[in-house]
Design a protein around this ligand. Structure first.
Ligand code: FES
Ligand SMILES: [Fe+2]
Length: 364
């Protein structure tokens, strides 16, 4: 089916505050939101906080080893409990910094200094819970009522993330995290991620190691695993690397680049030696924070000769080339002249993303 000549989203969808408000309610509070890596909170009492488009969520590891999620809001007078967008360890209990009410790692109110237990009904004042699930070491939170767990919901994702389970991403460790503030709407990033018509112009270094991209294609002819063959297993300017290939991958998987855009706020890029996990944190209609984790095998990291710099530098080079054009698009689509743009035939994935987006945003 040809998608040539179809319109993009209208310009206002990329900058209007009322559209962003609708997206918060229907999409970011209505889907599993990627919140970070589970190994950021490995021990009971360890926590991380994540901003889900203006709602601060606290994710805490319980005594039973399970992660639980709560609104980061005290039940007494509403103070923010933990600092936003951080991680740490709650010693013994989670303590509110205002009047020192304390909550167990499971969210139960257990301490109210100077307030007798019969003054307030502690049992009715647990932290407000949110759903948490973990897939392959990635933590997701859901502020509504999920219809299915993360893994089941991924069966419906356009980009088939479940096919990347052989990478055993739960075993990988973060070596570096980069954070970039972008003056662009989150959808522009997803649309850019999903097409390669821009690759020859924007990514000369990338097309040198992955010739499929030179043709403007995101799929390689003759491959049904959606991989794009690389010069080697490394995600570097030369395609080579001294980092060993991950166990459990076929040769075809190892010598290729794979990527998934997981609706609504995650990208995973995979080669035979590295997994790059990217979290988008929409801050406003025209602002997005991009947080990227570089994940490697623990035994590769333990090798004294382990050097991920070439991989990280190459990836950041390509990513920043994308960020520059995404910000230029943001500037253009705000123009009153831009009613909408037009999709070419090779833009079928951005078009498909727009359909998924509209179905989610405009659902009753
Ligand atoms: S607002 Fe948290 S203890 Fe008072
Ligand atoms: Fe790109």
């Amino acid at each position: 089916m040809s998608s040539a000549g179809r319109p993009t989203l209208p310009g206002r969808d990329y900058h209007a505050p009322e559209i962003f408000e609708l997206e918060r309610e229907k999409i970011f509070f209505g889907e599993w939101f990627y919140a970070g890596r589970a190994d950021r909170a490995p021990e009971p009492g360890d926590f991380l906080t994540v901003d889900v488009v203006g709602e601060s969520i606290l994710v805490v590891r319980g005594k039973d080893g399970e992660l639980r999620g709560f609104y980061n809001v005290c039940r007494h007078r509403g103070s923010r409990i933990c600092d936003p967008e951080t991680r740490g360890h709650a010693k013994g209990a989670i303590k509110c910094p205002y009047h020192a009410w304390t909550y167990s790692y499971e969210g139960d109110l257990i301490g109210t200094p100077l307030v007798d237990p019969d003054e307030v009904d502690r049992s009715a004042l647990s932290l407000w819970p949110v759903h948490v699930d973990v897939w392959q070491g990635f933590v997701f939170v859901h502020l509504g009522e999920p219809k299915a767990d993360v893994r089941t919901s991924f069966e419906r994702q356009n980009d088939r993330p479940l096919q990347y389970e052989p990478w055993r991403m739960d075993e990988l460790r973060t070596v570096e995290q980069t954070v970039t503030e972008l003056a662009a709407n989150w959808k522009i990033l997803i649309e850019n991620y999903n097409e390669c018509l821009h690759c020859p112009t924007v990514h000369p270094e990338l097309v040198a190691v992955a010739p499929t991209f030179r043709k403007g294609l995101v799929f390689e002819e003759g491959r049904d695993d959606w991989g794009v063959s690389m010069e080697g297993a490394g995600y570097t300017a030369t395609g080579t690397t001294t980092i060993p290939v991950m166990p459990g991958l076929t040769e075809q998987q190892a010598n290729a680049m794979h990527g998934a855009s997981i609706f609504p706020n995650m990208f995973i890029d995979l080669t035979g030696t590295v997994v790059i996990a990217t979290r988008m944190q929409p801050r406003g209609p025209e602002r997005t924070t991009i947080i990227t984790d570089y994940l490697f095998r623990p035994e590769a990291i333990a090798d004294p000769g382990f050097d991920p710099r070439e991989t990280i530098e190459f990836s950041e080079l390509v990513a920043h080339q994308d960020y520059v054009v995404c910000e230029r698009v943001q500037q253009g689509v705000r123009s009153r002249a831009f009613t909408h743009g037009v999709y070419a035939e090779k833009d079928e994935l951005p078009y498909a993303f727009n359909q998924t987006y509209l179905a989610a945003r405009d659902r009753p």
